[in-house]
Ligand binder design. Structure first.
Ligand SMILES: Nc1ncnc2c1ncn2[C@@H]1O[C@H](COP(=O)(O)OP(=O)(O)OP(=O)(O)O)[C@@H](O)[C@H]1O
Length: 345
């Protein structure tokens, strides 16, 4: 799929040759920085945007020339786009009524209210609902026509973190029960990781990596993905730690995850480790975060759960420590490789 936009500054390559396949009944998350082309791809799949070139298939059926209404899709938009002057039940049955589906509408409403945990709220109007309830109405409405594919664009954007978390779990259960193939656009990694069977990492209109959340987290395919997915330390590649670990790269910097560091409090335990001093310590919720400063002045973050900290570390500011990082978990990079800013040509 390719989508170029003509702009006053030149041709904007919003989607620049991507190929995505979604297995039936699974959730695929399109994840990437702002402007990387996720929403544009969703709109191309939906038929809301015409491709510069490329095709969309449902199984072997080419649906590229079908209009939005003919594609059998369910949408959940960022702001939900509920009809304020209609009740929840009327919102849910809007699609089936328009399409004259000839189904038992009351039964459908009851089924979808139950599925989305909204039983009893069918008579309310959207302004009488909480943000989370509105979001669930939007999901119920998207499912009302038994779509072949459900598309969600930042569906939890406007909600507070706790509500988002519980709705995510709810959405996953709903998708599993209904078995509808789902594509969700998000820039929130936690959301993608919690929800998706597959994640597709976008950058500048192309795919940097795709795989299960575990695969992408364990084996990032590029510095961009490693930096985008999870915490990383950036170190000069000639620093003490990198040299002591015997890691060689022709790039000027090296990345390593705080969780991949091994920290020892006795020199005897790790005679080949790089010596450092605990420079600062912060309790962040259930995590204890240490800031370690190597003798060459380079700093790294090291984070452990509070439980592990109590059992194993409990280090004090000023304490000497000895740090190792497995070379297989280090990655050389240069800053331009991390840049997610889109290109105008
Ligand atoms: N109609 C258009 N004309 C010109 N440029 C467009 C048009 N639609 C989208 N773009 C540009 O294409 C790029 C990709 O946009 P898109 O909305 O797909 O990104 P995104 O990854 O979904 O980002 P976000 O997370 O911010 O929504 C953006 O820089 C956007 O400005």
């Amino acid at each position: 799929m390719v989508k170029h936009f003509e702009t006053r500054r030149g041709v904007f390559r919003a989607v620049n040759g991507v190929d995505v396949e979604c297995a039936p009944g699974t959730i695929t998350a399109l994840l990437g920085p702002s402007g990387s082309g996720k929403t544009t791809l969703l709109r191309l799949i939906a038929g809301l945007e015409e491709p510069t070139c490329g095709r969309v298939f449902f199984d072997n059926e080419d649906i590229t020339s079908l209009g939005v209404q003919e594609r059998d899709l369910g949408f959940v938009f960022q702001g939900y786009a509920l009809f304020k002057h209609m009740t929840v039940a009327e919102n849910i049955t809007f699609g089936p009524r328009m399409r004259k589906m000839g189904i038992d509408l009351d039964a459908k409403v009851e089924e979808l209210l139950k599925l989305t945990g909204l039983t009893g709220l069918g008579g309310r109007y959207p302004p009488q609902l909480s943000g989370g309830q509105k979001q669930r109405v939007a999901v119920a409405r998207a499912l009302a026509c038994n779509p072949r594919l459900m598309l969600l664009d930042e569906p939890f954007g406007a909600l507070d973190p706790l509500v988002r978390k519980s709705l995510r779990r709810g959405l996953r259960e709903i998708v599993q029960q209904v078995g509808v193939t789902t594509i969700i656009v998000t820039h929130d990694q936690e959301e993608a990781w919690d929800l998706a069977d597959h994640v597709v990492i976008f950058n500048k209109g192309v795919i940097e990596q795709r795989g299960t959340p575990e695969e992408v987290a364990r084996e990032p395919a590029s510095p961009f993905v490693m930096n985008f997915v999870g915490d990383v330390n950036h170190l000069p590649s000639h620093c003490q730690l990198v040299r002591k670990m015997g890691f060689h790269t022709d790039k000027p910097y090296v990345m390593c995850r705080p969780s991949d560091l091994s920290v020892y409090t006795n020199f005897e335990e790790a005679p080949h480790a790089a010596p450092a001093t605990v420079h600062d310590k912060a309790n962040v919720g259930r995590v204890v975060r240490y800031y370690l400063r190597f003798d060459d002045g380079v700093d790294v973050d090291f984070a452990v759960s509070r439980r592990v900290d109590e059992e194993r570390y409990d280090m004090d500011v000023g304490q000497r420590v000895f740090v190792e990082a497995p070379p297989s978990r280090l990655m050389g990079f240069d800053y331009p490789e991390l840049d997610g800013t889109a290109v105008v040509a």
